[in-house]
Design a protein around this ligand. Structure first.
Ligand code: CTP
Ligand code: MG
Length: 212
């Protein structure tokens, strides 16, 4: 089974304050951690913004580097278009440096069997709906899960669905949402609470502790 990974690293990091994917942890860039692990499973495509293309290319000569787009979904689409052929494509956020081999393997195996698979964790805290500074409702969390990356899909089907989304101007926050809309169910595999997506400075501190 041929696997290609698309690592999206073309975001601006507005909530973080800078491009978090290039922050250094233990002398390595946040992006390095994902490139290292995912390279073990096959080719890697890195999606970077126009101004970072040359620097990223020089840093990862073994990877294919392509330009990102306005929304995350456009960046993913550009990454997919650069792939000639493969069976399973993994889509991964550069902002999640704490992935590990077992999780990646589980996603690949489940995607091979069910066409689409994502790592998830339970929503362990009580979820509330807030309006104007007051809690107005408690949400039943028994069937709620939190989605992570890498997400694995049958390559040709994902590309076809994203093609249509782009044509129609539809925007989805992750590829699983696209798959659900176009094809239906997505298999879940066990993610990890350690697989933090760096969004704020606080997240970077947590990741530093975990990697320290
Ligand atoms: N990403 C991307 N292209 C975009 C937007 C996001 O490749 N147009 C990537 C980011 O680099 C990140 C991942 O998608 O690795 C998840 O996005 P997010 O955490 O939202 O990162 P940013 O968009 O950079 O952050 P913010 O939303 O705070 O600006
Ligand atoms: Mg974003």
């Amino acid at each position: 089974m041929r696997v290609v990974s698309v690592i999206v690293a073309a975001g601006k990091g507005e909530r973080f304050g800078s491009k978090k994917q290039f922050e250094k942890i233990n002398g390595k860039m946040v992006l390095d951690y994902s490139v290292e692990i995912l390279s073990e499973f096959g080719e890697v495509v890195i999606v970077a913004s126009k101004e970072d293309l040359e620097f990223v290319k020089s840093f990862y000569p073994q990877a294919t580097v392509v330009e990102g787009g306005k929304e995350r979904m456009h960046s993913v689409y550009n990454g997919l278009k650069s792939i000639k052929d493969c069976d399973i494509v993994l889509i991964h956020d550069a902002a999640r440096p704490l992935i590990y081999r077992e999780m990646v393997s589980a996603v690949i195996d489940a995607a091979g069997e069910f066409s689409a698979a994502i790592p998830v964790i339970g929503a362990f805290e009580t979820l509330k709906r807030k309006r104007d500074g007051f809690v107005v409702q408690t949400i039943d969390r028994s069937s709620i899960v939190i989605s992570q990356t890498p997400q694995g899909f049958e390559f040709k089907k994902l590309l076809k669905a994203l093609n249509e989304c782009i044509l129609k101007g539809e925007i989805y926050t992750d590829e699983s949402a696209v798959w659900e809309k176009y094809y239906g169910e997505v298999k879940t595999v066990e993610g990890s609470r350690k697989n933090i997506k760096i969004t704020t400075k606080e997240d970077l501190e947590l990741v530093r502790c975990l990697l320290g």
